[in-house]
Design a protein around this ligand. Sequence first.
Ligand code: HEC
Ligand code: HEC
Ligand code: HEC
Length: 185
Amino acid sequence: MAAAPSAHGFLRAAGQAAQGDSVVGALPPTSSAPLPTRPAATADEFYDPANPDLGRLQNAREAVRQLPQDRDGRIDWMAALRTGAIAPRSQLGGGAGSPPLDLDIIMKRTRQMPFVRFPHRSHTEWLACSNCHPAIFEARAGSTTIRMEDIFRGRYCGTCHDRVAFVTHRACDRCHSVPNDGRGG
Ligand code: HEC
Ligand code: HEC
Ligand code: HEC
């Protein structure tokens, strides 16, 4: 890719090092001029702007453009899995892994909110039991006392949700999905 020399002068294909410059770890020259605005498509957390090979990497947005999105415009990974848009391997070398565990846990200590359905199936399509048991949750329904405060601080479900899985504060209903009959705890 022949990048315009001006705005991205510090980026160049490997092998095109300027004299006296080291390619690895080349940084933009310090100057008082405002930093160039990078194109929106590369301006996110996936990219190290100091990487001299930046222009040769596949753009992540381009790679995921075909995947289904949720209402916030983020990738809906469960939908991606269900529609077959992605087919992750269970094991590095291929081959079948353990079948997913089809066990829903209904969690009822939700005050006036709808109850929470924790679907083992959706999780064990990606994760091993040991990702959660016993460090995050004991494998016994009702044994963990979970407050939203803890989840927002990154504990329990929040170990992953709002981090690698869907965003907690915008999607109450994805977890709180079971009508509350007033008989919770
Ligand atoms: C990732 C899943 C998840 C999402 C998203 C989520 N919750 Fe929760 N929520 C839980 C779990 C799990 C519990 C604990 C249920 C139990 O122990 O019986 C809980 C408990 C609660 C409780 C009762 C305990 C407390 O902290 O007061 C309230 C109220 C609550 N949630 C409100 C919300 C609201 C409002 C939202 C959206 C802003 C939300 N939740 C989003 C999983 C979630
Ligand atoms: C993403 C996290 C997660 C993964 C992965 C996970 N579990 Fe769980 N599991 C839970 C949660 C949450 C509970 C409910 C804990 C509670 O209510 O305090 C639970 C509860 C259980 C229970 C208790 C059921 C009951 O009725 O008392 C068993 C058994 C269990 N899990 C087995 C497994 C097995 C086997 C696997 C792997 C195939 C697995 N879990 C994977 C989160 C997970
Ligand atoms: C170890 C990581 C991890 C933990 C802990 C975890 N989740 Fe998830 N969860 C995921 C991943 C990964 C997905 C799939 C990606 C996505 O939907 O963003 C997911 C998806 C879900 C879904 C969508 C299921 C579907 O079929 O659409 C629900 C609901 C959910 N989680 C609820 C919970 C609740 C409630 C808890 C806590 C009791 C919890 N999760 C704890 C990783 C986790």
